[in-house]
Design a protein around this ligand. Structure first.
Ligand SMILES: O=C[C@H](O)COP(=O)(O)O
Length: 328
């Protein structure tokens, strides 16, 4: 990708059929395997493989910003912090840098907050076209009573969230109870209505890549618009092997159904160079169509600052101190 492709980030999203899911097909689920050593070997080759420099690197970093759910999910979040984050979502990079890159108007893909902060974020983003994503369903453990998790989704949607990040019950996966996972996911999807639903698998707690692959498939069969790795609160969050496993599940689902499901790696992605590895992997495995905000997001609370530093270096030749990019 070259810098002249930059307007791609402002292309209207392609309208296509939403993933309405399928009946649970247990024979398909049980046939899914994951060759862990092969996946880990392939993942280990990825960080060193690509060397994207200069204008190409800047263009990819700008793309990463447009694909970012700029996130704050802290117990001490305040309205002030959320409003500052929303200002950053509207203007993710210093205006002089964006002007130099001819990218005025660039925004993040969404802002992601707890339910409690949805009204503040909706208000702060009014008129920007940036959607608010809410983490609902007893995030991050997802163990509150089921009717309360469903009610929380309804309240987040009523408060103006256009995207809902739900958490699955890990126990269903660990016990191989695919019917329970499917039913839970389908009910949550229904509660979201027209809001898009991202299913957080909490992959660091699923025990094996085979479980990750099977849980990905079941959530897609139950109507997930996105599958997402992690809450950011597990001991292990987004990794490259998990990403390969999940995006290959997305590819298989697309090949068999014609339906496209999005992917959101989240948790611990804080370096621009790591974001580039993820984007290259998506391009290789799924193709350019997935490099649009309706099919790919980074969930990140501290990636934007490093990307801004790299863009500043690209434009000015010098790095600024980290504290100058404290938000995001
Ligand atoms: O969903 C987003 C994650 O919680 C973000 O995790 P992070 O704070 O490690 O970037």
């Amino acid at each position: 990708m070259q810098t002249k492709d930059k307007t791609e980030t402002h292309l209207p999203q392609v309208q296509e059929q939403r993933n309405d899911g399928l009946p649970l097909d247990l024979s398909w689920v049980k046939a899914v395997q994951a060759n862990t050593s092969a996946i880990e070997r392939r993942a280990a080759t990825l960080p060193g493989r690509r060397s994207i420099k200069k204008d190409y690197q800047a263009a990819w970093l700008l793309k990463a910003i447009s694909l970012m759910d700029l996130t704050t999910l802290a117990g001490d979040d305040t309205e002030g912090r959320v409003r500052r984050l929303c200002t950053k979502a509207r203007q993710p990079v210093r205006p002089d840098l964006l002007a130099a890159l001819d990218m005025e108007g660039l925004t993040t893909g969404a802002v992601c907050v707890y339910h409690d902060m949805v009204p503040t974020a909706v208000d702060a983003l009014r008129g920007s076209g940036i959607p608010v994503a809410a983490v609902s369903t007893g995030f991050p453990a997802g163990l509150s009573p089921f009717h309360l998790r469903i009610a929380e989704i309804g309240e987040s949607v009523a408060a103006g969230a256009e995207e809902i990040d739900i958490v699955i019950t890990r126990r269903h996966v660990l016990q191989g109870n695919w019917q329970a996972l499917y039913d839970e996911m389908a009910e949550m999807r229904a509660a979201c209505g027209t809001a898009h639903v991202k299913a957080i698998l909490a992959t660091g707690e699923l025990g094996s890549l085979r479980n990750v692959a099977r849980a990905s498939l079941v959530c897609m069969m139950a109507g997930a618009d996105f599958i997402k790795t992690s809450t950011g609160k597990e001991g292990v969050n987004a990794t490259l092997p998990v990403t390969l496993t999940m995006i290959r599940a997305i590819r298989d689902y697309h090949q068999r159904t014609g339906l496209r499901v999005g992917y959101k790696p989240a948790g611990g992605i804080s370096k621009a160079k790591d974001a580039l590895v993820y984007l290259a992997m998506i391009k290789d495995e799924l193709g350019d169509r997935w490099l649009q905000p309706d099919l790919f997001r980074f969930g990140a609370s501290s990636l934007l600052g490093d990307i801004e530093r790299q863009l500043e270096h690209h434009v000015t030749g010098g790095y600024s101190a980290g504290w100058r990019h404290a938000i995001g």
